[in-house]
Design a protein around this ligand. Structure first.
Ligand code: NDP
Length: 253
């Protein structure tokens, strides 16, 4: 490999499908050794195997990152096996949308657990390793990229709790960016528009049709479009910091 991330290590949460899978592949193509974190071992193995067969280095780590011990363990395993940690992509997430009044409280708990708590746990566990990597060669900079959403910029009916979590990710990113700036750990946020992934399949069955209608006729983004944005951010020279990227589908309002 001969890429801009040669000699570095990246950890991608939610790497078993969609945006996380595409991101792991994109970072591996740039030469990063990638740790793939999610719960579905079979899917992780498939992705890791295909990265290895393309000449990359990949380590699959089965973990539910809503569990603080598992999140910490995923970071430790990465550093033990791959030697360091330069790039963290906080991508794992869940979108359970629908009118607030009828939403089962369990849905809020699950979204808060992964979109907020899981992201916080992994980030805190990773932070000392990222600071160390930023002091070191080859790049003297490290990155955290948090995946929010257009729902983290614009709140709409039916999105109340999902938007709460994604607005929170934007706010957390901005505060942490300022905290870690002196240590040269860049903290960025990417806000995808509508991407063709499994995200919508977790919504309650009775809402599926209404949700499909919202995006009917829209040419959705591909997961690779968002992976490109993430790869762009983390391959910049240390003099550059891309703080935020909003990437909507071409015809999306
Ligand atoms: P997917 O459903 O394909 O991916 C979600 C990923 O999160 C899966 O790999 C899943 O893996 C992982 N995940 C979920 N819960 C956990 C957990 N407890 N522990 C570890 N991993 C977990 O959807 P997307 O790729 O679309 O979503 C990725 C991110 O992009 C999310 O944060 C989402 O909110 C955001 N986003 C997506 C948009 C879209 O239109 N698709 C638009 C805007 C933002 P597993 O089930 O194996 O654990």
């Amino acid at each position: 490999m001969n890429g801009k991330l040669d000699g570095t290590v990246a950890l991608v949460t939610g790497a078993s499908s969609g945006i996380g899978e595409a991101t792991a592949r994109a970072l591996a193509r740039q030469g990063a050794a990638v740790a793939l974190v999610a719960r579905r071992r079979d899917r992780l193995e498939e992705v890791a195997e295909s990265i290895r067969s393309d000449g990359g280095t990949a380590l699959e780590i089965e973990a539910d990152i809503t569990d603080g011990t598992a999140a910490q363990g995923a970071v430790e395993r990465t550093v033990e096996a791959l030697g360091r940690l330069d790039t963290l992509v906080n991508n794992a997430g869940l979108m359970l949308i629908g009118p607030f009044a009828q939403a089962p409280a369990d849905e809020w708990d699950r979204m808060l657990a992964i979109n907020v708590q899981g992201l916080l746990r992994i980030t805190q566990a990773a932070q000392p390793h990222l600071v160390r990597a930023a002091e070191d060669t080859p790049r003297q900079v490290a990155d955290i990229v948090n995946i929010s959403s257009t729902a983290g910029r614009v709140a709409n009916a039916g999105n109340a709790v999902y938007s709460l979590t994604k607005f929170g990710v934007v706010a957390f990113t901005e505060a942490l960016r300022k905290e870690l700036l002196p240590q040269r750990v860049r903290v960025s946020v990417v806000e995808p528009g509508t991407v063709d992934t499994e995200l919508g399949t977790h919504v309650r069955a009775e809402l599926q049709e209404a949700i499909a209608r919202q995006t009917e006729g829209l040419e959705k983004l591909h997961p690779e479009d968002i992976a490109d944005a993430i790869a762009y951010i983390v391959t910049r020279d240390r003099r550059v910091a891309v703080n935020e990227m909003l990437v909507r589908a071409g015809a999306q309002t």
